[in-house]
Design a protein around this ligand. Sequence first.
Ligand code: FNR
Length: 416
Amino acid sequence: QAIYTQGMAGRVPRIPPEPRALAAAAAKAMTRAGRGYIDGGAGTEATIGANRAAFDGWQIVPRMLADVSRRNTGIDLFGRRLAQPFLLSPIGVLDLAHPSADIGVAEAAASRGVPMIFSNQASHPMEACADAMDAVAKDAPRWFQLYWPKSDALAESLVARAEACGCEALVVTLDTTLLGWRPRDLTLGHLPFLHGRGIAQYTSDPVFQDLMATAPTGERPPITWATLKNALAAARRYPGPTWNAMTSGKAIAAVRQFIATYSRPDLSWDDLAWLRERTRLPILLKGVLAPDDARRAEAAGMDGLIVSNHGGRQVDGAIASLDALPAIAAAVPDMPLILDSGVRTGADIFKALALGATAVGIGRPYAWALALGGRAGVAEWIDNTAAEFELTMALAGCRDIADITDGTARLTRRGP
Ligand code: FNR
């Protein structure tokens, strides 16, 4: 109601309340590199389309006269009460969208109590994001997403830092042991992590700094001046050991060491026990799409799953995560499930919850809002999304989240 009331007072929204309009407006605001990295997907981008088609394949069956005068969209997740069932999925290299990057998102998320998942490829170290959140709201919920590096010592250091930053859960992204085939980035001829400032989590890490002293064993690609400039710019904001290392002629070493360590294609189920022993935080595996993998995750002592195809950025032709959800929910009925990939509207959130998700993760839309309006843009987008979900829930005849899954048929398959 507040949003309509402001409209009556002549306030035009900065963030288009419809997702296609939001995407179009953001596309105009971003550079070609930003657009390519943020909007792009793997291959022909068939999976980006499949994600949307999966949501469109279900329709809500609204029920009437349910007394929705009092509504509650809250959920409990890992011991924390959240006002809305959505989280900000981890997005790397946000400086390609807006100069405030992760900091703008962190402040907006904290101001609204929506959990932010710090990306391993962030443009700002997690400590800077945690401080920014604390300055807005002490105790604002935050998680950390790990790309398991080749170096176990580095993995351990990243996890310890996340704990020190007050992260309440650890997300291990499994679907990116190798970077997907992304034609939009390939056409521009750059590795976006390096084109933007996506290695701040590494250059700010004490173990990574030690690693820089040893020559990387992997490939030794030539490093362009532009890449170096970005790495230096990322480090400059954080004076101290990183900056000293970088300016004492080690910037090239940082970039090479990053390339040598960031991906770990030999990761297997057996490695999870190692991580399980090293943290008391709940661990969620991100990228699980098969019921059998879900069962293995549960058997390995994992605490939750993010059912995701990485927003269609990894396997072109992969199953839509919404299509994968019902069988996973049936396979691991006791595990919290976060559905991610393609969520755009309040109706999408409703459909995901009706099909067995505990909550959803949303990616690109908040990056688009960031591109358009920085921190204020993301906050406005969060408000829009929360309002649209609450209206959808109520107008569908549900007072709270439990009503969505109370056994009433809330969805039907779209007819041919
Ligand atoms: C991502 N995603 C991602 N995931 C992750 O685990 N670590 C990361 O660093 C990133 N980086 C990243 C950058 C960009 C530009 C995008 C669009 C996505 C995937 C992200 O967490 C999430 O799974 C998808 O964005 C969800 O799909 P939608 O909501 O974008 O359709």
